[in-house]
Ligand binder design. Structure first.
Ligand SMILES: *Cc1c(COP(=O)(O)O)cnc(C)c1O
Length: 241
C-alpha cells in the first residue's frame, strides 16, 4: 500500500471511530466531547504515528518498552503525547518514564516505588499514573500472570494513595480491561465504582481509561473518559500480541 492510500485509510477509519465515540456519548446522555481517544499503535510503524498526528491525533499508546522507545525516537519533533498501557517490569521504569506522559498499567506497590524513583531521576514533569484494576472477577493470585493484569478491587484505593504520595508521580485515575467472554457492562461499572471511591480522597484523579475497539461503546455508557483503540483505527495487527 502506498503512503497516500494508507493515509486515506487511516483518515476514513478515524472519522468513523470519532463519530462512533460521539454517538456513544450522546446515546448515554453524556456531552459529545466527554471521551478522549487514545490510538494504540503497537506493532504499527512510526510512519503511521506521523500520519495519525497529521490527521489530528494527539495521544497514542504503546505496550512494550523496546518497541515504544524506538518509535518515540523515530517520531522526534512530532507533537504527540505517549501513553504506556502494557504490563511493566520494574527494570523498564527508567526507560518508560523518559517518553511516557501517562502510564495506565500501574498495578502493584513495587512498581510504584520503581516508577517514583525513575521519574524523580529522569523526568522533568510529573508522570501521570493510573491504577490498573483487575476486572476478571477472580483473585489475581489465582488468575496469575495469565490474567490481564491489574490490582484486585479492594487493594486499588491503597495503591492510589501510594501513587498520590510518591515523588515524581501524579495520580490520574483508573484503567481496566474487560474480561474476555465476561460481562463487560458489569466489569466497567465496577471500574467506575472504584474510580468514585478513589475520587473521594483524590478529587482530581478523574481519568477512567476503559474500552477498546470491540467494547468502547459499553465502556462509554459506563462512564469511561478515555478509550484505547487500535484495530478500529489501524486495522488488524500484523502479528498477535
Ligand atoms: C492493544 C490494546 C488496546 C487496543 O486494542 P484494540 O482491540 O486493537 O482496540 C487497548 N488497551 C490495551 C491495554 C492494549 O494492549
Amino acid at each position: 500500500m502506498d503512503i497516500d492510500s494508507r493515509s486515506a485509510e487511516l483518515a476514513s477509519n478515524l472519522a468513523r471511530v470519532r463519530s462512533s465515540i460521539t454517538d456513544a456519548c450522546v446515546s448515554s446522555g453524556r456531552p459529545a466531547d466527554a471521551v478522549s481517544l487514545i490510538v494504540v499503535t503497537k506493532t504499527w510503524p512510526a510512519s503511521d504515528v506521523k500520519r495519525l498526528a497529521d490527521l489530528g491525533v494527539t495521544d497514542v499508546a504503546e505496550n512494550r518498552d523496546q518497541e515504544a522507545a524506538a518509535k518515540v525516537a523515530a517520531c522526534a519533533g512530532i507533537a504527540i503525547r505517549w501513553h504506556f498501557v502494557g504490563q511493566l517490569q520494574t527494570n523498564k521504569c527508567h526507560s518508560v518514564v523518559r517518553y511516557s506522559r501517562v502510564i495506565h498499567s500501574v498495578d502493584r506497590s513495587k512498581l510504584v516505588t520503581a516508577l517514583s524513583r525513575a521519574a524523580a531521576a529522569e523526568s522533568a514533569e510529573l508522570v501521570t499514573c493510573l491504577v490498573q484494576v483487575n476486572l476478571d472477577g477472580r483473585d489475581s493470585a489465582v488468575s496469575g500472570p495469565a490474567g490481564r493484569g491489574g490490582v484486585d478491587i479492594p487493594a486499588a484505593p491503597g495503591l492510589a494513595d501510594q501513587i498520590a504520595g510518591s515523588k515524581g508521580l501524579t495520580l490520574g485515575g483508573v484503567m481496566g480491561v474487560a474480561p474476555i467472554g465476561g460481562d463487560m457492562a458489569r466489569a466497567f461499572d465496577q471500574l467506575v465504582q472504584v474510580s468514585m471511591a478513589i475520587r473521594r480522597d483524590h478529587p482530581a484523579a478523574c481519568m477512567v481509561s476503559a474500552g477498546m475497539s470491540s467494547d468502547f461503546a459499553v465502556a462509554i455508557a459506563a462512564g469511561a473518559t478515555h478509550v484505547r483503540m487500535g484495530t478500529a483505527v489501524l486495522g488488524h495487527r500484523p502479528h498477535l500480541r
